[in-house]
Design a protein around this ligand. Structure first.
Ligand SMILES: [Zn+2]
Ligand SMILES: [Zn+2]
Length: 268
C-alpha cells in the first residue's frame, strides 16, 4: 500500500493511495492539470485511477474534481449529499457530460478493487463531511480533515491505522492575534471548524503507543508553521513516551509519501 500527499492546505488538498492495481485520489482540490503533473511525479496516471473519493464539498477539496472526472471518465465517490452539492455547481453548458458518480453513505464500508473503505462522520461546516479508514491486507490508513473537534468515533478509527493523516490547522494564539476578521476566526475555532495544534496533539496522545506514522496536514499558511505544529504534538506525546510515532508534515506541494513495503526499514 502506497500513500502520497499531492497537496495540502487551504490552497488545495489531494492524497494519492494505491494498492496493487487499485488506486484512488482522496480529494482533488487543485486544477486537474496540476494534479495530473503531481500524479506523474509519483509514478501514477490519472486514467488508471479507480475514482476520486471526496471528504466534503469545500473548494480546496474539489477544485479539480469535476474536470478530472470528466476528462478521465472517473467516478466521483462520496455521500449522496456531498455529490449533490458538487454536481449543482456544474454550469448548464456542461450538464450534457456529467461525471460518473458512486454514492456511498457516510458511516458505511465498501470495496473498490483491493481497497476496503470505511467512511465516518466528522464535525465540520459542510453538508456531510467524513473521514476515511482505508485498508488493504494488514495495512490501514486513516484520513481526518477538515475537522472542528475530535470525537470518540474519530479516535476509534484513528487507533486502527498504521498511518494517520490528521489536520493541524492553526496555532490558537497565532490565529487569535492574526489578521483574519473575527467572524472567520470564530468559524475556524468552532466545533465545526478546523483543528488547532493542541487539539490534534491531544487526539494523538489519546491513541495507543503501537508503531504509527502520523502526517500533520492542512496547516494554515497564515496561522501556523510546521515547527509550531510539530512542537505542539511532540511535546504532548513526549509526556507519554510514545516513542514509536513517526511524525511528518504535509506541504502545499508534493510529499511526504509512505509505502507499507518499506516501513520496516524506517527506524528511529
Ligand atoms: Zn472544509
Ligand atoms: Zn479544507
Amino acid at each position: 500500500m502506497r500513500v502520497c500527499s499531492l497537496a495540502s492546505g487551504s490552497s488545495g488538498n489531494a492524497v494519492f493511495i494505491e494498492s496493487g492495481t487499485t488506486s484512488l485520489l482522496i480529494d482533488a482540490g487543485l486544477p486537474s492539470r496540476v494534479l495530473c503533473e503531481r500524479l506523474s511525479h509519483v509514478g501514477a496516471l490519472p486514467d488508471a485511477l479507480s475514482g476520486i473519493l471526496i471528504t466534503h464539498e469545500h473548494h480546496d477539496h474539489i477544485a479539480g474534481a469535476v474536470a478530472m472526472a470528466q476528462q478521465y471518465n472517473l467516478p466521483l465517490i462520496a455521500d449522496i449529499r456531498t455529490l449533490s452539492a458538487i454536481l449543482v455547481t456544474i454550469p448548464p453548458e456542461q450538464k450534457s457530460r456529467m461525471p460518473r458518480t458512486r454514492s456511498e453513505a457516510v458511516g458505511t464500508t465498501w470495496q473498490i478493487g483491493s481497497l476496503t473503505i470505511t467512511s465516518f462522520p466528522i464535525p465540520h461546516d459542510a453538508i456531510s463531511p467524513c473521514g476515511y479508514l482505508i485498508s488493504s491486507e494488514a495495512w490501514r490508513v486513516c484520513l481526518v480533515t477538515d475537522c472542528g473537534s475530535i470525537t470518540e468515533g474519530i479516535l476509534a478509527h484513528m487507533r486502527q491505522a498504521n498511518l494517520v493523516i490528521v489536520e493541524a490547522n492553526h496555532d490558537r494564539e497565532r490565529l487569535l492575534r492574526g489578521p483574519y476578521p473575527n467572524t472567520l476566526k470564530h468559524r475556524i475555532l468552532s466545533p465545526k471548524g478546523h483543528l488547532a495544534n493542541d487539539q490534534t496533539a491531544e487526539a494523538i496522545y489519546c491513541l495507543d503507543d503501537s508503531p504509527r506514522w502520523i502526517w500533520l496536514t492542512h496547516l494554515s499558511k497564515i496561522n501556523n508553521t510546521p515547527d509550531l505544529a510539530r512542537d505542539a504534538v511532540s511535546k504532548r506525546i513526549g509526556e507519554r513516551r510514545m516513542r514509536q510515532i513517526r511524525l511528518e508534515i504535509t506541504s502545499p506541494g508534493l510529499g511526504p509519501s509512505w509505502d507499507s513495503a518499506q516501513v520496516f526499514e524506517m527506524r528511529y
